[in-house]
Design a protein around this ligand. Sequence first.
Ligand code: DLL
Length: 435
Amino acid sequence: MERYYQPEIECASQDQIRAWQSERLVKQVQNVWDHVPMYRKRMEEKGLTPGDIQSVDDLHKLPFIEKDDLRDQYPYGLLARPLADCVRIQSTSGTTGRRVVAFYTQHDIDLWEDCCARAIVAAGGTKEDVCHVCYGYGLFTGGPGLNGGSHKVGCLTLPMSSGNTERQIQFMTDLGSTILCCTPSYAAYLAESIIERGVRDKIKLKAGIFGAEAWTEEMRHDIEEKLGIKAYDIYGLTEISGPGVSFECSEQTGMHVNEDHFIAEIINPKTGEVLPEGEKGELVFTSITKEAFPLLRYRTRDICVLSRKKCSCGRTHVKMSKPLGRSDDMLIVKGVNVFPSQIETVLMNQGYAANYQIIVDRVNNSDTIEVQVEMTPEMFSDSLGAVAKKEKELVSGLKAMLGIYADVKLVNPKSIARSEGKAVRVVDKRNLYKG
Ligand code: DLL
């Protein structure tokens, strides 16, 4: 079991972690200076040479890099190794703009899978487990990452990929899956389907490793209760490797960043200033061990808090909070910042499942926001008056949370499309009127 629990690394002292980071950062800076023209140019523009970066304390001197830089350099501009040394590409799931592709040498694949293996072990995984992976396989990193991690732990791995819920449940019951890996929205859908089919007592799941999209604590409790499991969060992004950049342990109070591979910083998204531990801001990562596609100070757009508080699991690597939203997912409605997660919290606190959609529009020059949420099956047979009362309760709950009026529409059960991957919760019609 302990194969991928590496206490000498995961429980190392802060001094040791800093020493590893400094040594690896210095090497990585020299590497990109030598091999990636864009980095050399950016550093020169700031009057920097590799010699200016002596330790992690100098990290803040380096320029940031952003998603647009990756798009501009598409496809090969940021490669730090000859293409012949690369064995894989993966790509982001973004639907707008040019896709971003990331390259991996075999060493990069290995370290990525090691990170996923650590996540599985932290969720209680051992070689006795049956690990059911229904993240998508292919260009998306979810399936390949957790698949590789599961192999390393020695679990029996079911490479299910996403979709075909009937078959997922069949295999889950026939083969006794014990660990489920998928997006939280798909886990919620699977839970709903398992209960509907009356096979809850036939499943042997004990843990779920859910990530790739934002989900609230309320949703965690709902899934845990419906499936009778412990649900662990896992975070990552294609640009930095994929899932496993950070993962939750038994304490379930944030995700340990694999600090021997990635340096995390929190910055003020407006000014770029580095913020002290405990302050909320944009998460920035530097990959210090990657060969093919190393990114220095990559702005994730995810809004988080970092904490070095002692963790009961013994791991010492810094913990990041669940992303509190993405700076580019935040909606500004009537001048007020609205995060979809705030809406989800209100819905789930009032007993609804996480099947909802947020529709933002502009009518007569004023923003409107409508939340459509499915009635529970019990409510479906209620009188119109009872439904109107429930809608009112939701409107006042949302007003208290967001500070603005949001229209609420209770819709028929099952009328909102279920997602097999990342759920699309927001339809911002205002974008249609732009340009
Ligand atoms: O979503 C990698 C992944 C796969 C992570 C499976 C976890 C599990 P991308 O498609 O590149 O990669 O999307 C990365 O997804 O910047 C976050 O905004 C969001 N995200 C990822 N994990 C979480 C999470 C994969 N646990 C983007 N909570 C990131 C909230 C998450 N958001």
